[in-house]
Design a protein. Structure first.
Lengths: 156, 421
């Protein structure tokens, strides 16, 4: 095992310990910390967490694969997640996807060096449709022009 | 039409900070409530007729009672896993008035005898999670949370727990599983009313908006809350509008008002001056309504049930005359296919089948009996699974086919016609 929590996450881990009645409850918080530290969740890190929380590695793998926000492989710096559920589709999601595909020269589920483009289910921002999440930041009330401008700004 | 109870501070500048929240009366209710025995808080909530605002509309008081009557250690879990398509109301509370939620949590914990509360928030809501954490940190610093709540001999800790992208975790028992560090698989429900159990201890799970309504009721009394809405659906709800509407957003209104009027006045009517075709009234999982039905629809639990739909979360998706209902249903079925947790076979397989069949219809590759097949699968999915996910999908399918059958038939005829050529 080469993965260990860095100082910040070790501190966070210690602060969370007394908040839960059982070690296993820390599975999700720990997986988040791993992803923040490494950008994705490696098998090595999973083994480390399993050890810290005294749960089988298989359990951790099962949990990590259940939740869509955990990346089990390294991912581009910017993850573009375009909401594809009904309100966004009604309000012009397709035009946003087209603009991104055209601007970056990739299709959905493909990556450039800097960006990865995926379509995701409802992000709970239906009033701001169409919208996307750039990593963890919401961008709402989009138009194709606004979307292109955002990509150009991040590319610089 | 607007009544501001939960949303009263939303427009105030910096309403999310403790200073501004206090200027507007935050945490006042605690002083009075904590000098009375806990059951008084619970009685007040029961008398107010407050109903769960996460979509189900079950009486909150009865649910509290299940936990408070148990003597052992108990927990409060606030459900902020808002993921129902068309619903985006809880985030407004988290963004603009997190202290109202914290105040509600303190009152609720006191009533049910809990000393630990968790807020389970969907992973994508990073901004709102940060907002909430800042507010909680402020409350700790000010002595509102921690060893002694506002100086009273009552210890209370609130922990924010982030989900990681799973719609099913909004189902309360799946949420508890997730909070225990497992995959979000719903649990079997007991025959008689019973609380949830977090690591074996009785646990109350309530929606953000439900808890945020508690301070108003404690401050003003049950009758003040009952003064709004209908006798069976008292009070208010944060109604939402999205889709083809001029003023999408969240608006707090008393129950029982006209849906048509809401769309025409506050909503500003259908976008681009088009005609209304259909409305999904309360999140994707409620049966769709035609424009004709919308004219008669009133926004309370009973009226919506009587016209064959449900109020759900009150998050309406508005669709104009040009909307293709086959595409709309395909969009929703893809959603359910993706989000089924995979635990029960009728749901795991059923959502995949119906998604495939509707794709065939849309791609003009349908077979003659596809509508019957859809209805048949929907029957197989309904009532045969652990949670209400599959029955909701069945209701969605039945709602679309019942009300827009012709449109589906036209598509199927087209596929058959082309197949003969």
């Amino acid at each position: 095992m080469s993965f260990v929590f860095n100082e910040v996450h070790e501190k966070q881990f210690q602060a969370l310990l007394p908040r839960y009645p059982h070690l296993k409850a820390l599975v999700l918080p720990c997986l988040w910390m791993v992803q923040y530290q490494e950008g994705y969740i490696s098998a090595d890190a999973m083994a480390y967490i399993a050890h810290r929380l005294d749960v089988p590695q298989a359990h951790l793998y099962g949990v990590a694969t259940f939740y869509t926000m955990f990346n089990l492989e390294p991912i581009a710096k910017y993850h573009i997640q375009v909401c594809k559920t009904l309100s966004c589709e009604l309000c012009g999601k397709s035009a946003i996807i087209e603009a991104i595909e055209d601007e970056l020269g990739i299709k959905v589920n493909e990556s450039t060096e800097l960006f990865k483009l995926t379509e995701v289910e409802c992000l709970g921002a239906c009033g701001g449709a169409p919208m996307l999440a750039m990593n963890e930041e919401y961008h709402e009330h989009l138009s194709p022009e606004k979307t292109r401008a955002l990509l150009q700004r991040l590319s610089q | 039409m607007i009544t501001r109870i939960v949303s009263k501070n939303f427009d105030i500048k910096n309403s999310h900070t403790l200073k501004v929240a206090k200027e507007n009366g935050a945490y006042k209710s605690i002083d009075e409530a904590f000098t009375q025995p806990p059951y008084r808080v619970e009685t007040e909530i029961e008398n107010s007729g407050l109903r769960g605002k996460g979509g189900g509309g079950a009486p909150a008081g009865a649910k509290w009672c299940l936990v408070s009557s148990d003597e052992s250690r108990s927990y409060l879990v606030v459900n902020a896993d808002e993921s129902e398509p068309g619903t985006f109301k809880d985030r407004q509370i988290l963004e603009f008035d997190p202290h109202l939620l914290i105040e509600g949590i303190i009152l609720t914990c006191y009533a049910i005898g809990a000393h630990e509360a968790y807020i389970y928030i969907r992973g994508e809501y990073k901004f709102f999670t940060d907002r909430l954490n800042e507010a909680i940190a402020e409350a700790y610093k000010d002595g509102i949370l921690g060893e002694k709540v506002k100086g009273f001999d009552y210890q209370l800790d609130i922990t924010v727990h982030r989900g990681a992208g799973a719609y099913i975790c909004g189902e309360k028992s799946a949420l508890i599983e997730s909070l225990e560090g497992n995959r979000g698989h719903p649990r079997l429900k007991p025959q008689k009313p019973s609380p949830e159990y977090y690591f074996g201890k009785p646990t109350l799970v309530n929606n953000v908006e439900t808890i945020a309504t508690v301070p108003f009721i404690i401050n003003n009394g049950a009758d003040a809350y009952r003064a709004h809405g209908t006798p069976k659906s008292p009070g208010t709800l944060l109604f939402g509008m999205s889709g083809h509407i001029n003023n999408p957003g969240i608006y707090e209104m008393a129950f029982g008002q006209s849906m048509q009027e809401f769309i025409d006045t506050i909503g500003g009517g259908v976008k681009n001056g088009k005609k209304l075709k259909a409305v999904i009234p309360g999140g994707a999982s409620t049966p769709v309504l035609t424009a004709e039905e919308v004219k008669e629809a009133r926004l309370d639990y009973e009226s919506m049930r009587d016209i064959g739909s449900a109020l759900g979360t009150g998050g309406m998706i508005i669709m104009d005359e040009d909307t293709c209902m086959v595409s709309a249903l395909k969009n929703l079925l893809s959603f359910y296919h993706h989000e089924s947790c995979g635990q029960c076979t009728p749901c795991r397989e059923g959502t995949a089948w119906v998604d495939g069949i509707i794709a065939n219809i849309l791609n003009k590759n349908a077979k003659k009996d596809d509508l019957e097949l859809l209805s048949d699968i929907s029957k197989t999915m309904n009532g045969k699974t652990i949670c209400v996910f599959a029955p909701a999908v069945a209701m969605v399918i039945d709602g679309f086919i019942l009300r827009f059958r012709e449109e589906f038939e036209t598509y199927i005829e087209k596929s058959l016609g082309e197949a003969h050529v």
